[in-house]
Design a protein around this ligand. Structure first.
Ligand SMILES: *[C@@H]1O[C@H](CO)[C@@H](O)[C@H](O)[C@H]1NC(C)=O
Ligand SMILES: *[C@@H]1O[C@H](CO)[C@@H](O)[C@H](O)[C@H]1NC(C)=O
Ligand SMILES: *[C@@H]1O[C@H](CO)[C@@H](O)[C@H](O)[C@H]1NC(C)=O
Ligand SMILES: *[C@@H]1O[C@H](CO)[C@@H](O)[C@H](O)[C@H]1NC(C)=O
Ligand SMILES: *[C@@H]1O[C@H](CO)[C@@H](O)[C@H](O)[C@H]1NC(C)=O
Length: 381
C-alpha cells in the first residue's frame, strides 16, 4: 500500500471511529419507548416481571436522577420499546417522579404511550373488586376545604366543600388547575377493546366472591365476576373509607366535571401523574393524547351494610391479589397491542375527538368542565 492510500485509509478509519465516538457520546439516539408502564409501589411493579409477553428484567436498567429513591431506575426491555417507572405512592411522589423522568433528557418521550397501571379502591355502585377500569376523567376530590365532621353546621352533608365556597354542593371558586383531567377517549376505547379480550382470563377467588356478595344491596354489578370496565377515577392523598365520604366524593366528582365523570375507582396519584404529563406536553416533550389510566379494584371504598367504615378500612382485602394479577392480565394486552400495532396504527397516534387536558384548557381547546379555557381556546403560551 502506498503512502497516500495508507494515510487516506487511516483518516477514514479515524473519521469513522471519531464519528462513532461522538454519536455514542452526544448524539446517540435516545431510547424512545413505545410504552411506559407507570406503577406506584412494589407489588404493582412485580406483576410485570417473569411474564411471557416481554422481559423488563433483561438488564436494560436506566438510572434517572430525581425519580423515587426507592425505585431509582427505569427498567426497559432489551429492545427498549417497553419500559417501567415506579413513582412511589401519593400525589407528591407521583408528580415528582414523572417530572424527573420527563425533564431528564434521557428519553425521547414524544411518541411514548404512558399507561398507569395501579390498584385502587372501588365504588360498589359502579364496579367490583378484581375488575380493571379504564378512566376518561381523573378528578382530584381531595382538593377542597375541610372541617371535621364533628364541627360541621347541622345542615352540611359533609365536612368537605369546594375551595372559595361557603357550603357543599357549590361549584369551586378558587380553582388550582388540577381538579379534573380528561384523556383521549378514542385511545381509551382502543385500549378497552384490547383489554376486554382478557375478561374470561381475569383472576378471581372464592374469598373475593364472598366479599363481593356482601355488597349485593348496592346493585347487581358488584356481585358479578371481575371484568374490564370503563369508569372514572378519583384522586386524594387521604386514603378514605365510608359511606359518607364515598357519597361526598361521588357528588364532588359530578360537580367538578360538570356531570361527566363517574366516581368509580379511588387512588392517591393519577391527577398528579396527569398534571406532570400535561406540563410535559406544554413543553412539547410528551404527547397528552397518548395516556391510558388503568386501575384495578383491590377493595371497596365503603363497608357493606352492617359493617363499620373502620372495619372496612382495616379488614381483610381479598381483592388485593386478584387486582394485582389482573393489572398484568388485562394490561399486557394493551401493551402488546400497542407494540404489535405500532407501524400500522399507534406510531402515528390515535386522534382524539374529545377535549383532552386540564380544567384551564392549557393544551388548547374548550374544556367540557369548569369555567372555560383561560387561554381563549388556544394552547397556553
Ligand atoms: C435491573 O433491575 C431489576 C429490578 O430491580 C433487577 O432485578 C435486575 O437485576 C437489574 N439489572 C441489572 C443489570 O442491574
Ligand atoms: C345552612 O344554614 C345556614 C344558616 O341558616 C344557611 O345560611 C346556609 O345557606 C345553609 N347551608 C346549606 C348547605 O343548606
Ligand atoms: C387466581 O390467583 C390465585 C393466586 O395465584 C390462584 O390460586 C387462583 O387459582 C387464581 N384463580 C383463577 C380463576 O385464575
Ligand atoms: C350528595 O349530594 C346530594 C344532593 O346535593 C345530597 O343530598 C347528599 O347529602 C350528598 N351526599 C353526601 C354524602 O354528601
Ligand atoms: C360547569 O358548571 C359551572 C357551575 O355551574 C358553570 O359555571 C360552568 O360554566 C360549567 N362549565 C361547562 C363547560 O359547562
Amino acid at each position: 500500500m502506498n503512502w497516500f492510500l495508507r494515510s487516506l485509509l487511516c483518516s477514514l478509519i479515524l473519521a469513522a471511529s471519531s464519528s462513532h465516538a461522538t454519536s455514542s457520546k452526544g448524539e446517540a439516539p435516545k431510547p424512545a419507548p413505545k410504552v411506559i408502564i407507570i406503577n406506584m409501589f412494589t407489588p404493582e411493579a412485580q406483576v410485570w416481571y417473569n411474564i411471557p409477553e416481554f422481559n423488563l428484567l433483561s438488564g436494560n436498567n436506566i438510572t434517572v436522577p430525581g425519580i423515587s429513591p426507592l425505585f431509582p431506575q427505569v427498567l426497559c426491555t432489551k429492545a427498549g420499546d417497553i419500559c417501567q417507572l415506579v413513582t412511589g405512592e401519593g400525589e407528591i411522589n407521583a408528580a415528582s417522579s414523572i417530572s424527573a423522568l420527563i425533564y431528564s433528557s434521557l428519553f425521547d418521550l414524544t411518541s411514548t404511550y404512558f399507561m398507569i397501571a395501579g390498584i385502587a379502591g372501588v365504588n360498589p355502585k359502579v364496579a367490583t373488586i378484581g375488575s380493571v377500569a379504564l378512566a376518561r376523567y381523573a378528578v382530584q376530590v381531595g382538593l377542597q376545604f375541610e372541617i371535621d365532621a364533628r364541627e360541621i353546621p347541622s345542615n352540611f352533608s359533609t365536612g368537605y366543600f369546594p375551595q372559595g365556597t361557603t357550603a357543599p354542593g357549590q361549584f369551586p371558586v378558587d380553582i388550582y388547575g388540577t381538579e379534573v383531567f380528561e384523556v383521549n377517549e378514542n385511545l381509551r376505547q382502543a385500549a378497552f377493546a384490547l383489554a376486554k379480550t382478557a375478561d374470561p382470563h381475569l383472576n378471581d377467588t372464592a374469598d373475593s366472591q364472598a366479599n363481593r356478595d356482601q355488597y349485593a344491596s348496592f346493585g347487581e354489578t358488584v356481585t358479578r365476576p371481575p371484568a374490564v370496565v370503563l369508569c372514572d377515577t378519583a384522586t386524594s392523598d387521604t386514603f378514605w373509607s365510608g359511606d359518607l365520604l364515598g357519597g361526598a366524593f361521588e357528588n364532588i366528582t359530578k360537580l367538578f366535571s360538570n356531570g361527566s365523570a363517574t366516581y368509580c375507582t379511588t387512588q392517591q396519584e393519577d391527577s398528579a401523574t396527569l398534571n406532570a404529563l400535561m406540563r410535559g406536553a406544554t413543553a412539547k416533550l410528551v404527547d397528552f393524547s397518548r395516556i391510558i389510566m388503568m386501575r384495578s379494584a383491590s377493595d371497596f371504598d365503603r363497608p357493606p351494610v352492617g359493617e363499620t367504615a373502620l372495619a372496612n378500612l382495616l379488614g381483610e382485602t381479598p381483592g388485593f391479589v386478584p387486582s394485582l394479577l389482573n393489572l398484568h392480565i388485562a394490561g399486557a394486552r394493551i401493551v402488546t397491542g400497542i407494540t404489535e400495532g405500532w407501524e400500522l396504527i399507534f406510531k402515528h397516534g390515535i386522534k382524539p375527538d374529545n377535549y383532552i387536558g386540564d380544567i384551564f384548557g392549557s393544551l388548547g381547546g374548550e374544556p367540557d368542565f369548569g369555567p372555560g379555557s383561560l387561554f381563549g381556546g388556544k394552547p397556553a403560551p
